[in-house]
Design a protein around this ligand. Structure first.
Ligand code: AFP
Length: 370
């Protein structure tokens, strides 16, 4: 080791540790990402309620209860083949899709976690034909909770990230929460929305209508810790997400957009594009929230009314993405403006970086698509 470095090392041995700390802090100020400030979801929500008056106590309770249910689902999902929870439940849901055991388990976890708190008037789920009423032994509240308990569950048996998507509406004054109609509100009426991703880490992405925050589950503490706040999506991108196997079914505007992306530098876009398709919207959307991109599941000749569900997939994701500065349409209309006609109605979806979504929507207008 050179004489200089030996001299530095000797001097360092002589310096009291406190001096080292001060020198370190001056020359290498600690990088304090959100996680280092250790703001838990509970503290975040209390501050939103107490200091910004952005949420009421019952909504704070609702979000905390849903987050706790997501922790339970994360544990159930992470057990994989070690628990007898993989594979099919041997039944179909209201969508006519084969239910996975974990679809049913996740749905039950969310129902049981939310029915006793007194914050909800009713719940609706992808896995149930009709809304779940709050048992008479429990008080009812003013909020409606809608969820896809396990999005991407066709991936669960092959260990790909899955997640939970939820949307919160107010129950109109005096309305009976016993029928679907009370849920049929535009996405713009949502008071909160979020999704969990059960991936290498378990994340909770949340908006209360004032920006987007991301919490990471600290499994040792069992707490969701704030790791990103004020998330914004880049307005432009060079990455698209679509199931290419549906190419022959696409409408011309979608085909035009994708062909231009595939033409790359040699085409009208003048740049190369990358493609990603996880087939788990929560995973695709978290990537897009993080580094930009556009996710497309448009109406086509095969899925004439779209594949994704408006009330508990497209609406919550659209709320979150718009809060992060992105955009979401069905190719023609803003998702959050669509007036729902049925609880489980499907919709086409183009969502993500604002400039890309606007381009796809413009191509539909250019094509005079009705
Ligand atoms: P599952 O929950 O049935 O797996 O569907 C997931 C999903 O609704 C959405 O998360 C994916 O982006 C999309 O469907 C995948 O659809 P394809 O299987 O047609 O690619």
């Amino acid at each position: 080791m050179g004489a200089h470095r030996q001299g530095v090392r000797r001097q360092a041995r002589l310096r009291p540790r406190a001096v080292d700390g001060i020198i370190g802090a001056v020359f290498h100020p600690p990088i304090r990402p959100a996680a280092m400030r250790r703001i838990s979801l509970s503290r975040y929500l209390i501050e939103e309620q107490r200091e910004k008056h952005w949420i009421e106590a019952d909504l704070r309770l609702l979000i905390e209860v849903v987050a706790r249910a997501c922790k339970s689902i994360s544990i159930a999902v992470s057990k994989g083949a070690l628990a007898d929870a993989l594979g099919s439940a041997g039944a179909e849901n209201v969508q006519g899709e084969v239910q996975k055991k974990l679809d049913v388990i996740s749905n039950e976890i969310l129902l049981e976690a939310n029915e006793w708190g007194g914050h909800l008037a009713a719940m609706a789920s992808e896995e149930m034909e009709h809304p779940h009423q709050i048992p008479h032994r429990f008080p009812r509240g003013e909020y409606l909770l809608l969820f896809d308990p396990l999005d991407g569950s066709s991936n669960i048996d092959v260990n790909v990230s899955v997640g939970t998507i939820f949307s919160v509406l107010r129950c109109p004054e005096g309305a009976s929460a016993t029928d679907d109609a009370v849920f049929l509100q535009r996405g713009a009426e949502q008071v909160a929305a979020g999704f969990a991703v059960y991936g290498p880490s378990t994340l909770l992405v949340l908006t209360l209508g004032h920006g987007v925050a991301v919490f990471t589950l600290d499994r040792e503490m069992g707490s969701f810790i704030l790791t990103q706040d004020g998330l914004t999506i880049p307005a432009d991108t060079a990455e698209f997400a679509i199931n290419m196997s549906n190419l022959r079914h696409w409408e011309p505007p979608v085909r035009r957009y994708i062909d231009e992306c595939l033409a790359g530098k040699t085409g009208p876009r003048g740049k190369d594009f990358n493609m990603r398709w996880v087939a788990s919207m929560v995973a695709d959307l978290f990537r897009i929230l993080t580094r930009g991109g556009v996710f497309m599941y448009p109406c086509d000749a095969k899925n004439t009314r779209g594949r994704l569900r408006l009330m508990y997939e497209a609406n919550p994701m659209a709320f979150i993405v718009e809060q992060a500065g992105g955009a979401a349409t069905d190719g023609r209309r803003r998702i959050l403006d669509i007036v729902p006609e049925a609880l489980h109605q499907r919709v086409g979806l183009v969502i993500g970086s604002k400039n890309e979504v606007e381009r796809v929507t413009r191509y539909h207008q250019d094509a005079g698509a009705a």
